[in-house]
Design a protein around this ligand. Structure first.
Ligand SMILES: *Cc1c(COP(=O)(O)O)cnc(C)c1O
Length: 476
């Protein structure tokens, strides 16, 4: 305990300034201007209480009660407390559509539309032609139909919501037939059997994990069947002795037995990606043309827009979906619609898409550009890391991410950090990884094979100066 005598303690406490006096100082007046008086006062009282407790324990210095010292410590406390928890980072993981880092980055056109929608009233549910109440889907459904060839469309909060709503509206207390090879779990607890149960539909599994035949679907159809459903196996691939019934193969059965077919495409691209040398992925239009009655897909995966779930397809089915009460609960906000329209409009100019659509620009970035960027920023990272580490420019592979094309890898370049002594440097590497993660705009890479790997695919030229300046501020 304390070895401070009562007299000494009283003498110490006499140094504690009056709160009113401190608050009246120029420094605290400036803090009150910025943070508001209530918060500043509470923080100051907390600091003084802390000092008194330290004094009792015999470990307080009178110097920390100086006005400049007190101002600095209260200010630091206020700044830390008020620093946003939600921050931007550098995504150097090599995964372009990284679910944990916010997936697609929006192009400028979408950003300005969102800013306008945030700061001005808009015709969200107001028909400017009639002057009457409108439907928020009306702002966007024609454009979606134009780009997908669908008859009708509706938009909800995300693709999980799109699937939940579709099943809730079209298959309550009825059966939905799904192949055992397509009972997917997407990260974050989205599992087809669970969603089915939540929607009040009964899952009727057919086929096996590796092989499902047309006759499996055929034999399972009965009076209680509401839907045939196909689910994109977004985050895994089944190889070897396999058989899948394609949408085109299933379509005649669906028509003949009058059971609609819904396809959850997951990523759902609107264009043929092979024109940019990317792996092939069925487009929404192809899926509709092949005979799907409904297609659900995400707004913020390959499409490159805001988080949203798009449901497109037959007019009568979409009308039923829109009437379901869950539609109101799962509807999108105005910011989503503001961002989605300009992103979709970019698809009207496919020849400019790889330049304008951020996601596609990142996915098609030439390896040379990443190599040159890596060479430019290598010295800055080497200086920050210090001589205990070596930083080299090396080829590596990025991924698309978000369950799109899980087995395909894109050649890239980046920085690889290893311990200089060549020893397996688990703890040392993790210390550096943590330090980079604690920067004002954190660098997020990945540690694998005794090295910290920073893929530079997503560090575009516009961000490079900030990247280097931040490293320069944290050397040593
Ligand atoms: C990603 C994905 C979902 C979920 O989409 P969110 O937009 O993340 O809600 C559903 N189904 C499939 C097949 C997916 O790939």
């Amino acid at each position: 305990m304390s070895d401070v005598t009562g007299t000494e303690l009283r003498a110490l406490m006499a140094h504690v300034p009056s709160v009113e006096q401190v608050m009246a100082s120029d420094g605290f007046a400036a803090l009150a201007e910025e943070f508001g008086r209530t918060q500043v006062l509470a923080t100051l009282r907390g600091a003084l209480d802390g000092w008194r407790a330290a004094a009792l324990a015999g470990c307080a210095s009178v110097g920390s009660l100086d006005l400049p010292a007190l101002t600095a410590s209260v200010e630091q406390n206020l700044r830390e407390r008020n620093r946003a928890k939600f921050r931007t980072v550098f995504n150097l993981t090599g995964t372009v559509l990284h679910t944990n880092l916010g997936r697609a980055l929006l192009p400028d056109a979408a950003v300005s539309a969102v800013v306008a929608a945030l700061t001005r009233p808009a015709n969200l549910e107001f028909n400017l032609e009639t002057g009457k109440r409108g439907d928020r889907d009306d702002l966007i459904d024609e454009l979606i139909c134009e780009l997908t060839g669908a008859e009708a469309a509706t938009v909800v909060n995300n693709n999980a919501a799109a699937v939940l709503l579709t099943l809730s509206a079209l298959a309550p207390k009825k059966e939905v037939i799904v192949s055992r090879g397509e009972l997917v779990e997407i990260g974050g607890a989205f599992r087809i059997p669970d969603i089915m149960m939540r929607a009040g539909a009964r899952l009727r599994e057919v086929g096996t994990t590796n092989r499902t035949h047309l006759k499996d679907y055929d034999e399972a159809i009965g009076p209680r069947t509401a839907l045939l459903m196909k689910v994109h196996t977004s985050n895994y691939a089944i190889n070897g002795f396999t058989k899948e019934v394609t949408v085109a193969e299933l379509a005649p059965l669906s028509k003949e037995r009058s059971v609609p077919m819904a396809v959850d495409l997951g990523s759902g691209t609107l264009v043929d990606l092979t024109q940019w040398g990317l792996p092939r992925e069925a487009t929404v239009r192809e899926t509709i043309t092949a005979g799907a009655d409904l297609v659900t897909f995400s707004g913020d995966k390959l499409l490159g827009g805001p988080q949203a779930g798009l449901i497109v397809g037959r007019r009568d089915l979409i009308a039923k979906i829109k009437k379901h009460p869950l539609k109101r609960a799962l509807r999108v906000g105005k910011l989503t619609l503001a961002a989605l329209e300009p992103v979709l409009q970019l698809y009207r100019a496919p020849e400019l898409l790889a330049e304008r659509l951020t996601t596609l620009r990142l996915l098609t970035r030439p390896a040379d550009a990443m190599r040159a960027a890596a060479e430019r920023v290598q010295p800055a990272l080497q200086r920050t890391a210090g001589e205990r580490y070596t930083v080299t420019v090396e080829p590596m592979f990025s991924q698309i991410g978000s369950g799109a094309l899980p087995v395909d890898l894109l050649p890239s370049y980046g920085l690889v950090v290893r311990t200089a002594d060549g020893k397996r440097g688990g703890r040392q590497l993790l210390a550096l990884e943590k330090k980079l993660r604690e920067l004002p705009r954190p660098l997020v890479g990945r540690v694998a094979d005794d090295a910290l790997r920073l893929d530079l695919r997503c560090l575009e030229a516009a961000d490079e100066a900030e990247f280097v300046a931040q490293l320069a501020g944290s050397e040593g």
